[in-house]
Every structure is written in C-alpha cells, then in structure tokens.
Design a protein around this ligand. Structure first.
Ligand code: HEM
Length: 287
C-alpha cells in the first residue's frame, strides 16, 4: 500500500527504524550518541535513504505502482506542478507515522477497554452480529451500514477520548494572548495539552472510566479535540474512525479475547500503551 515491497529482511529493518523513530518523537531533544532522540534522527535518515533509493529506481525505469509512493510522485497541483523528491520522501515517512501507528494504537486501546468491559463488548457484538445477519451473514460492511452502527461509533469515540497518539497539538501565538491571568506573547510556541481536556471531570463525568454511553449526549462544543482543529485538523480523521469501525466489526463478530496482564502499568510517553504492549490471547468464535 505504501511502497509495494514484499516482506523481506529490509521491510523488517524498516519496521524497526520506524519503531525507533516513534520512540524518539517526543523524547527530550538531546542530539548526541546514546540518546533516544539521536537514535530516532539516525533512523529517520536511514528511512529517507531507503525511500529515496526506491524513488530514484522508479524514475529510471518510469515504474508506476498502485501505491502511495507512485501516487505522491504523480500528484499535480492546479498549475501542473509536482512534489519535489524531498517532499515525496517526507510525505512517505510522515504518512506512515501519522496514519499507521495512530490507528494501530487506537485499535489496541479499543480491544484493551473492551476486554475489561464485558457489557460494552456484548452490546458491540450484538449490534455487529445484527448488521451481519441482516446481510445474510456477510462479514463485509459498507458505508450504508454505518448509520446502523451507533453503538460501534460510540465505542470508537470513547476509545479515542480515553487515550490516543496525540495528547497534545502544537501552535504558535500569532498575537499576545491573555489566558488565566498570564500573557502568552506573540510568537511563542504553545503546547495545547488536549488530553487534560478529555479527562477533565468538569466535561466528562468519571473521565477515566470507559463508558461509550456517555456519547448519547452531545459533548460541550470545544471539549473534544482528539483530531485537533482549524486549518491543521487531522487530515485522516474520517479514515481513522472508519478503520477502527471495520476492525471492531470483524473482531467483535469473529473473536473473543483476554488481556494477559489486565493490571499492567500504563506508559503515556512517547505514546500511551500498557507496559506489556497489551498482550492478549484471541480465540476464533466461528469457523
Ligand atoms: C486515532 C487516529 C488519529 C489521531 C488521534 C490523529 C490525531 C491527529 C492530530 C491531533 C493532529 C494535529 C492536528 C492539529 O494540529 O490541529 C493530526 C494531524 C494529521 N494527521 Fe492524524 N490522527 C489520527 C489518524 C490519522 C490517519 C489515519 C492519517 C492518514 C492516513 C492521519 C494524517 C494526519 C495528517 C497528514 C496530519 C497533518 C495535518 C496538517 O498539519 O495539515 N492521521 N492527527
């Protein structure tokens, strides 16, 4: 999908480089040997080099694939201008980081919370089995099924509210701003800690409890910013929700699962996840 590579030692290596890049994404920016940040930058350069190599190879033989890299190489704006090689490579790395780890993490959290909330899982399963049975047992869902998957949508929102890969967004004050008795001078970088908004008991009753039904009532405008907002709102927010919905459909109908260490401690940086990586056992429900 991204670069049409068959699994190989190189793709495994790429996976490891991405892992180290993610680990250093929010590390303290100390750029000298031995630090997580330094290692992440090194891996980023290696990823750039692999993608650059593939891009040059494709240009030489005018090779086009049905994948992201070819899509980026062919994209033209209204004036017929294409992306530079550097922009293609940059977008490749950024889209893997923004579009892959983000939804993978959300799917992990959804299964984690559902494993701990049997009542919620039962409701989710009931809804998804009903959708499937109404289509003669088909496991495929289409866009037309989404309006009937109301509980599933609530599970998706609640999962993303509880924890996601973007606990904060970055902004720069474009004028002096008075806030809470402080002045943020124009030009200052600002870290907006949206996770504290999503776990504020003023807006979300019992905020650390996984409760999909809280979404029966609309939230107060401005208090749910998991995908950021304004010009820089997450470009993949609809896609992300759709991917999680599809995974929940298949998982709830086809599997049951159990956390191996339900009390594992949770690490919140660089990305929230249980210390054991949310180890689970899965069992197939149907042949
Ligand atoms: C649960 C999943 C996801 C979460 C929580 C998430 C969250 C975010 C957040 C908070 C931002 C910054 C927005 C801002 O500054 O206002 C962002 C930006 C972005 N996201 Fe996502 N995202 C997710 C999935 C995805 C997916 C699946 C894709 C693409 C396939 C994607 C692509 C992007 C891109 C390209 C940007 C940069 C937008 C820009 O600066 O113009 N994201 N995301």
């Amino acid at each position: 999908m991204f670069i049409s590579m068959e699994p190989s030692p190189l793709t495994e290596q790429i996976d490891q480089w991405f892992g180290s890049l993610m680990a250093g994404l929010r590390a303290f920016p100390l750029d000298f040997p031995g630090t997580t940040f330094h290692h992440a930058r090194k891996c980023r350069r290696k990823l750039n080099a692999v993608f650059r190599h593939e891009l040059e190879a494709r240009k030489k033989v005018d090779k086009k694939c049905d994948d992201l890299m070819s899509g980026l190489m062919c994209t033209e704006d209204e004036q017929g201008k294409r992306l530079s090689d550097e922009e293609v490579v940059d977008n490749m790395v950024n889209l893997v980081v923004a579009g892959y780890e983000s939804t993978a993490s959300a799917i992990m959290w959804a299964t984690y919370h559902l494993a701990k909330s049997p009542a919620a899982l039962a409701k989710l399963r009931e809804e998804n089995v009903a959708v499937s049975e109404s289509k003669g047992g088909s496991l495929m869902i289409t866009h037309d099924d989404l309006p009937r998957m109301k509980y599933t949508a609530k599970v998706v929102e609640e999962t993303i509210r509880m924890a996601n890969v973007a606990p904060m967004v970055h902004r720069v004050a474009n004028r002096d701003v008075e806030y809470g008795g402080y002045t943020i001078p124009a030009g200052w970088p600002v870290l907006v800690w949206v996770r504290s908004l999503h776990t504020d008991p003023v807006y979300y009753q019992d905020p650390l409890t996984f409760n999909p039904d809280r979404w029966d009532k609309p939230v107060k405008p401005g208090t749910y910013q998991a995908f950021g907002g304004g010009y820089r709102i997450c470009a993949g927010n609809m896609l992300a929700k759709l991917q999680i919905t599809i995974m929940l459909h298949h998982l709830s109908i086809g599997y049951e699962w159990e956390l191996l260490n339900p009390d594992a401690k949770i690490n919140y940086l660089p990305h929230p996840r249980p210390l054991d990586g949310a180890a689970m056992t899965f069992r197939k429900l149907r042949a």
